[in-house]
Design a protein around this ligand. Structure first.
Ligand SMILES: *[C@@H]1O[C@H](CO)[C@@H](O)[C@H](O)[C@H]1NC(C)=O
Ligand SMILES: *[C@@H]1O[C@H](CO)[C@@H](O)[C@H](O)[C@H]1NC(C)=O
Ligand SMILES: *[C@@H]1O[C@H](CO)[C@@H](O)[C@H](O)[C@H]1NC(C)=O
Ligand SMILES: *[C@@H]1O[C@H](CO)[C@@H](O)[C@H](O)[C@H]1NC(C)=O
Length: 511
């Protein structure tokens, strides 16, 4: 099935010229965890009711009055999800209290969340065991009432002592951005403290990095990560390397085109790490937050609000096959046989071809080296130092009025976080001039068939194809030896915004 698809794609649009797939190891569409059948997952994109004065401390009862407004929405959505057969439901990061608290103003919202490894607690059944746990009781009862797993994000507190000499903040308490998971009977089964905070002055970074997973009877194991975590080695990639294949991702993600729109990176992570991702985002026009979905390496069911849509929540439900640990056998092997044209271009690339037409333009604060696509079809390459990207493309209509460029960037991203990148990106430029390449674009009409390739110093490369009006396309992906990653796509359903291979050179991050 997959083999037939790959062949028809390459042969179809390459026609006589160049590429033939000759060998594929046997392919099954997903190794099924424990032979389990399909399951139904749901994520809820939530328009959080905000505290209008988040920096002003308030009483616990006032905080609870606020939290209840959001919890009531959670209850209603859980009921809707259960009616559609959902076995697990994920709510977004900050979905209960909102944002922009100070360390003191968030205090009234926080609850002590006991460690489920240390004690077995069902807050819905046993609400008296721990004081001031109204949010946990509510969430546990949602799970129990509707008979599904519930994942939510909340603020938690842990008192600590500065006497013992162990680290402890001056006010004697740790504040954590926390994911909690309740089993379908209400039992607390997992607790995860966000490792990679993103300008959250109310919260502390945990002293010890935790890899937190939980088991389900319907799909096996899930790993927990939160928002910014998805860009880093710890804990995300460590879990992938330990064989975790299914991830839960509450997020409050501010969209940034052309490379980091929410659904674009959600898909990219699922494809690049070959995992399932259940992603729930906040819905806020002011904060440019929308984009939630349920992704597997072969499917994407998602929601992304469009400009002018009413600002409201959205439930996304999808049926998935459980993904179990990969067998030790080698991964899918694809051998590409190339004929001459193809090889020549790559020869040029390996010689470090820096065409006279290349220019530098900033994309998401990084100085990309770009070349313009100045014909309706052809091949080109661009390098940033020794890091090179190569493109073969054919525009599918003769109206070649929109400007596209191929960009390469290898270096440290330093704005709003430090992380090391190697990126190949084919983007639509915002205007007619070169300086506009790399700026945000929302609409495009040009459809093209293409193969985008880069040779990376990392095996962690996240591919995505984003089309006009926030639609995703499912590309074909090949990882070959020596870090070469090839993404091929044809038959686009909408105009191309960005096709990217987003490489993360984690080993070059500053620690
Ligand atoms: C992705 O996972 C599937 C099983 O779920 C496996 O068959 C395939 O080889 C993996 N692909 C890669 C590139 O590792
Ligand atoms: C939070 O603060 C940032 C600036 O620090 C501001 O841009 C944003 O609008 C604020 N959000 C809310 C919900 O108040
Ligand atoms: C990429 O290009 C930028 C800007 O031209 C340059 O400063 C940087 O050194 C280049 N990166 C590499 C790896 O050569
Ligand atoms: C070509 O595309 C532009 C927009 O990119 C559109 O305005 C124009 O009408 C198109 N022309 C033809 C002949 O399709």
């Amino acid at each position: 099935m997959m083999q037939a698809l790959v062949e028809s794609l390459f042969l179809g649009f390459w026609g006589k010229t160049s590429l033939v797939i000759v060998a594929l190891s046997s392919w099954t569409c997903g190794s099924h965890a424990h032979g389990l059948p399909s399951y139904v997952a749901a994520v809820y994109e939530h328009r959080v009711t905000l505290n209008p004065e988040p920096r002003v401390p308030l009483s616990r009862s006032a905080a609870l009055r606020h939290l209840r407004q959001n919890l009531q929405v959670y209850s209603k959505q859980a009921s809707r999800a259960a009616l559609q057969g959902a076995q697990i439901l994920v709510f977004p990061e900050d979905g209960l209290q909102g944002f922009n608290f100070t360390r003191s103003s968030i205090a009234a919202y926080l609850e002590v969340v006991p460690d489920p490894q240390q004690e077995s607690w069902n807050p819905c059944e046993d609400p008296q065991r721990h004081p001031n746990t109204e949010v946990q009781q509510w969430l546990s009862c949602i799970a129990r009432t509707h008979g599904l797993y519930v994942v939510a994000n909340m603020g938690s507190v842990q008192p600590c002592s500065r006497d013992s000499g162990s680290p402890c903040p001056p006010d004697g308490r740790w504040h954590f951005n926390t994911n909690v998971v309740y089993r379908s009977d209400g039992l607390l089964v997992a607790r995860y403290h966000k490792q990679n905070l993103y300008f959250e002055e109310a919260f502390d970074t945990p002293q010890h990095m935790e890899l937190v997973t939980f088991d389900t009877p319907f799909a096996g194991k899930f790993g927990l990560i939160t928002c910014f975590d998805i860009l880093f080695q710890q804990p995300t990639v460590s879990m992938v390397e330990k064989g975790v294949r299914q991830f839960i991702f509450p997020t409050a993600w501010m969209n940034q085109l052309p490379l980091l729109d929410a659904i674009q990176f959600q898909q990219a992570f699922s494809l690049g790490a070959n995992v399932t991702l259940l992603a729930a985002n906040i819905r806020s026009d002011e904060l440019i937050m929308t984009g939630s979905g349920i992704y597997s390496p072969s499917s994407a069911v998602y929601h992304h609000a469009q400009r002018g849509d009413p600002e409201e929540g959205q439930l996304v439900v999808a049926t998935l096959r459980p993904l179990g640990p990969l067998p030790d056998a080698p991964a899918l092997q694809v051998v590409l046989h190339k004929e001459q044209g193809y090889t020549e271009v790559r020869g040029c690339r390996s010689a470090g071809c820096k065409g006279p037409l290349s220019f530098t333009s900033s994309m998401m604060h990084d100085p990309f080296t770009f070349v313009l696509l100045n014909r309706p079809g052809g091949q080109l390459s661009v390098c940033n130092g020794s890091f090179c990207c190569w493109l073969q493309y054919q525009c599918m209509d003769s109206n070649f009025t929109e400007v596209y460029a191929l960009g390469a960037f290898a270096g440290m991203h330093t704005v709003n976080g430090h992380y090391s990148l190697q990126v190949c990106a084919l983007v639509k430029c915002a205007g007619g001039d070169a300086r506009s390449c790399g700026q945000e674009v929302l609409e495009a009409q040009t459809k093209m068939d293409f193969v985008l390739e880069g040779t990376f110093n990392t095996k962690h490369v996240y591919p995505s194809v984003l089309s006009s009006h926030y639609t995703l396309e499912q590309p074909l992906l090949h990882t070959m030896a020596h870090g070469t990653v090839t993404m091929a796509h044809s038959h686009m359903r909408a105009g191309l915004i960005t096709a990217a291979l987003y490489g993360r050179t984690y080993h070059l991050d500053l620690h």
